[in-house]
Ligand binder design. Sequence first.
Ligand code: FE2
Ligand code: FE2
Length: 209
Amino acid sequence: MVGYTIGEAVMFSSTTRLSQSVTDLIRADHAQLLVSFHQYTAASKTSARKVLVDAICDALEIHTMLEEEVFYPVLRRLNPDEAVIQKSEPEHDEMLRMIAELRQTKVTDERHDALLLELVRDAMHHVADEETVLLPEAERLLDSTRLNELGEAMQRRRLELQKPGKGGRNVATGFSGSTTAIVVGLAGAALMAARLVTKKEPELSNSRH
Ligand SMILES: [Fe+2]
Ligand SMILES: [Fe+2]
């Protein structure tokens, strides 16, 4: 990663991962969400926590959009009566609403961490359904060629969402959490947070230790 900007690293990572199956990409996003949450809970400085919570919100938002645009339409056609599929859309909508609320709440606000915990708890329940029901089902019903095609479509869409001015997020500013980027993006966010932690700046109001 040395020598690359975060944005360049994201592009590189996304390109090299184009041939991955959509189910593996979704699992990787889920794993990184948990990693970034753990990093948040370990961070004490407000500035570092702000970087990490922004990364979590961006990553989860783009992950949800990618699933709804690329993965779920295929699953709904294959098995429209699946109960887990039917409840997933309202769950995605609720997570997007919570992300919007979290973004409007300052890290120093006493409600902030409770909102984040609620979001992560809901996301983890949702992820459990996807990983134990929907992803195995997709791998049963679709062959590897189709899974890889969907993976490519997801990565292409991720890159579009990351382009500034295209309705996506500006990766250069932090990380899009696209989920594409997630591996690199979260690493970048963690690096930024680590720098903030070691920076000799006065501690912002923060009751955490
Ligand atoms: Fe989902
Ligand atoms: Fe997911």
